[in-house]
Design a binder for this molecule. Structure first.
Ligand SMILES: [Fe+2]
Length: 315
């Protein structure tokens, strides 16, 4: 539940806003002047601050300035409530780093939309900031695998791009696409247990070698289990060799019982394997590979996803 610090010296307006926002499921903390609000901010960082400008003791500008110099206040969305007659002061608010302002009188939808859009935006920015840092670590890890297997050079990058295109074609949400990127890069991380000579082998693998190879989804999933920000990518790692008809591994799941992460990655992974030189088969042209994927629609691959893949590949 998002916490909102509401700062307003007009008790009646404060109550009206509290009721509107509480009805939307927000947790409201109220203060009647800047000083009180700042004390509150210091004891518990809110997710968003909504503040009047003209108030006794410490006004809205002073509050904004005080909040912005604190490490936990640099990115907190700060919205001003302002009377239309105070318009000139809005530019000052912007200079100080206010995110938005609402003109009094405002109605309930206006208030809710302003609060929601700022909170959503903040969530996205946070998600993408941490994503960049994590992505670099993940790419480094994945490079370790690629370095041992020269035949798959560039495979992870291509799978990542193909997977992103397919997820966009399927209208997946942005939050899910962030996880997909990690999953696509890490899907073969479990191959760390497969000796380099097996990865590089040009002939068919013997039974023991296959046994080892087939363990890579589970080994990879175990590797990610203890890492908070990577745990959500496990379905990509664990299920990318499950086939729609139930003949895949490690669990032999079928149809929609296979998590959609695995179904998506299975298509792009197979496509890239077919179009790239690998030790155990000769690469095909993209056109032939697409045809092969189409023929396995409903056999190895999710039929709807195959349709989307073919559309996304053409466009
Ligand atoms: Fe794999």
């Amino acid at each position: 539940m998002s916490k909102i610090l509401l700062v307003e010296d007009d008790a009646l307006l404060l109550e009206v806003m509290r009721n509107i926002l509480e009805a939307e499921g927000f947790e409201i903390h109220a203060a009647s002047n800047g000083k009180q609000a700042f004390d509150h901010f210091m004891s518990e960082t809110p997710d968003l601050i909504l503040s009047d400008i003209m108030m006794p003791e410490m006004d809205g500008y002073e509050l904004l300035e005080a909040v912005r110099v604190m490490p936990n206040g640099v990115t907190v969305p700060f919205l001003f409530l302002s009377a239309r007659t105070e318009k000139a002061d809005v530019s000052r608010a912007r200079l100080l780093g206010a995110d938005d302002y609402l003109f009094k009188p405002f109605d309930a939808p206006e208030l809710i939309n302003a609060v929601r859009s700022r909170l959503d935006r903040r969530r996205m920015v946070e998600l993408f900031d941490t994503r960049t840092a994590h992505l670099q670590t993940v790419i480094m890890l994945a490079n370790v695998i690629e370095a041992r297997d020269p035949y798959t050079a560039g495979h992870l990058e291509r799978v990542r791009r193909l997977a992103l295109n397919l997820a966009f074609a399927l209208d997946w949400k942005n939050e899910d696409i962030v996880i997909l990127e990690f999953g696509a890069i890490l899907h073969d991380i479990g191959k760390i247990i497969v000796p380099s000579r097996v990865l590089k082998k040009t002939g068919p693998l013997d039974e023991d070698e296959w046994k080892l190879m087939r363990q890579h989804p589970e080994v990879g999933a175990k590797m990610l289990e203890g890492v908070d920000h990577l745990r959500t990518a496990i379905p990509y790692v664990l299920y990318h060799h499950e086939w729609w008809n139930g003949t895949g591994y490690p669990n032999g799941m079928s149809g929609e019982k296979i998590p959609r992460e695995g179904r998506l990655l299975a298509i792009v992974d197979a496509f890239d394997a077919m179009t790239t030189n690998r030790p155990y088969h000769i690469s095909m042209m993209a056109k032939e590979a697409i045809e092969e994927i189409r023929q396995n629609r409903g056999v190895y691959f999710d039929p709807d996803m195959v349709d989307a893949f073919i559309r996304s590949y053409k466009s």
